[in-house]
Ligand binder design. Structure first.
Ligand code: TGC
Ligand code: FAD
Length: 391
């Protein structure tokens, strides 16, 4: 059925509304019918089906939990379920939606002027205008506070110089939300700049040679004396709090998303184990295979419980970034371990891209590292438990 694969042991579906179940069914259908048939080809070619963007917009999957300006304004559990179903397809598909909704639309929505919101958000919600988010730099990944990108005020413009690396959707984006330091006369502080495609001095170059997240575009952005009008500065936020609040939105979606990849690996491993015969019996009848399936399933259910509770707290506006770190850290790690076990169950077939498992496994290596590495989330939790910062 469309419950948790007919194995909803704790009746988690009882905690979902009909609307939430409907969203799950329709996103699952979209992924099954329009994405899964093309994912192998995109993964091999290192491309992303950007032509799906208007369809994703039509289904309300871009900026889903934002209110107004053409966004659906759903509750956060619905948003999470949608991210789970997208990443059941591929981490690249969920990444596309996370970057668009949580990292590009959210800062405009939360920190933008009325004019910026009206100008960008409806087109972005519709998937007609693509966004990206530039925080990471070649020399500053986990420690964005050390960023070198600078914006110098010059009349009614800011002049941007610097480089951003590993930027998802960088080459297709019409607008890049770029975080840079400005000293504007006083102390240096981080601000967000809306850099538009075609602005002289702004270039995006595709990064080649990725073995993980191949069905996703990743770029290097460079800025050489890019003149950004003051009207393109996000007026309502200053400091690292701006990008960190965006990361809270995206990490929440990743916690659910990783569980979608986990679900896909469980489903593939269980199906395979029931049909693969060795020693005259389905391999599912061997105790060691059952032990692996139980391990995958147990962590899947625990991750789903964390996601649901996190979503409830977010809907009450009581979520903390430490809870989000807990969920991102745990759910990505257990999904990665589940993918490795599922790969084992599939034997030699497990190493081919004819099955989804190894694609999820290598994708999850990126998910483990981006949006705060596993170690960074460990330190955030360690600080919470001890009161001591180990950064
Ligand atoms: P620390 O001293 O712990 O904190 C400094 C101040 O910031 C506050 N804070 C947060 N506030 C809101 N949300 C958060 N997530 C916050 N984390 C920290 C904190 O309370 C404190 O406030 P105050 O008032 O006490 O001063 O931290 P620090 O300055 O040493 O910085 C460490 C930090 C937070 C940068 C690090 O923990 C971190 O998160 N590094 C990871 C960087 C990262 O995640 N980059 C992601 C780039 S985007 C991306 O990967 C997109 S992938 C997209 C896709 O394809 O899906
Ligand atoms: P580093 O920070 O150099 O870390 C290297 C290793 O050192 C890691 O294992 C890390 O955990 C460890 N480490 C670092 N500091 C500590 C510490 N204090 N204690 C213990 N261990 C530590 N960024 C964006 O801004 N926008 C995007 O759209 C985007 N998309 C991405 C897409 C992909 C496919 C990937 C792989 C990355 C993307 N990123 C993006 C970048 C991502 O956020 C960074 O890779 C991440 O923050 C880690 O930075 P780093 O790679 O420079 O690693």
């Amino acid at each position: 059925g469309d419950s948790l694969l007919g194995t909803d042991l704790f009746r988690l579906d009882d905690l979902l509304t009909d609307e939430q179940k409907l969203v799950r069914r329709s996103v699952r259908k979209l992924v099954d019918e329009e994405f899964l048939p093309v994912v192998q080809q995109h993964f091999r070619a290192g491309t992303f089906p950007t032509e799906l963007a208007p369809k994703l917009g039509e289904m309300g999957l871009l900026g889903m939990n934002l209110q107004g300006y053409g966004c659906p304004g759903t509750d956060n559990v619905t948003y999470g379920i949608a991210m789970q179903e997208l990443e059941r397809g591929d981490s690249g598909l969920r990444s596309f939606c996370s970057v668009q909704g949580a990292l590009a639309m959210y800062p405009i929505w939360a920190f933008g002027s009325e004019e910026q919101k009206e100008r960008f958000l409806p087109g972005m919600a519709a998937g007609k205008v693509i966004g990206c988010f530039g925080l990471t730099e070649p020399d500053h990944g986990s420690d964005p506070a050390g960023m070198k990108t600078r914006a110098r005020k010059d009349g009614d413009h800011y002049v941007l110089n610097g480089t951003k690396l590993w930027i998802t959707n960088g080459t297709t984006a019409d607008v890049a939300v770029v975080w840079a330091k400005t000293d504007d006369g006083g102390a240096e502080s981080v601000r967000g700049y809306l850099v538009e495609k075609g602005m002289p001095g702004f270039e995006a170059r595709e990064i080649h040679g990725k073995v993980s997240l191949r069905a996703s575009l990743t770029a290097e952005l460079s800025f050489h004396d890019v003149r950004v009008p003051a009207a393109n500065v996000l007026p309502k936020v200053e400091g690292l709090r701006g990008p960190l609040m965006c990361l809270n939105q995206a990490r929440y979606g990743i916690a659910w998303g990783a569980t979608g990849a986990h679900l896909a690996c469980f489903e593939a491993a269980r199906d395979y184990s029931l049909s693969r015969i060795q020693f005259g019996k389905p391999i599912a009848s061997f105790q060691m295979t059952q032990e692996k399936l139980v391990a995958i399933y147990t962590e899947l259910v625990k991750a789903q419980l964390v996601n649901l509770r996190l979503g409830q707290l977010k809907d009450l506006d009581q979520q903390t970034y430490v809870q989000i770190s807990f969920a991102k850290r745990n759910n990505v790690r257990v999904a990665l371990e589940a993918a490795r076990l599922a790969r084992e169950i599939l034997g030699a077939n497990g190493i081919t891209d004819d099955y989804p498992v190894i694609r999820h496994m290598v994708n999850l290596e990126s998910v483990y590292t981006y949006e705060g590495t596993h170690d960074i989330h460990t330190l955030i939790l360690g600080k919470e438990l001890t009161g001591i910062s180990a950064f």
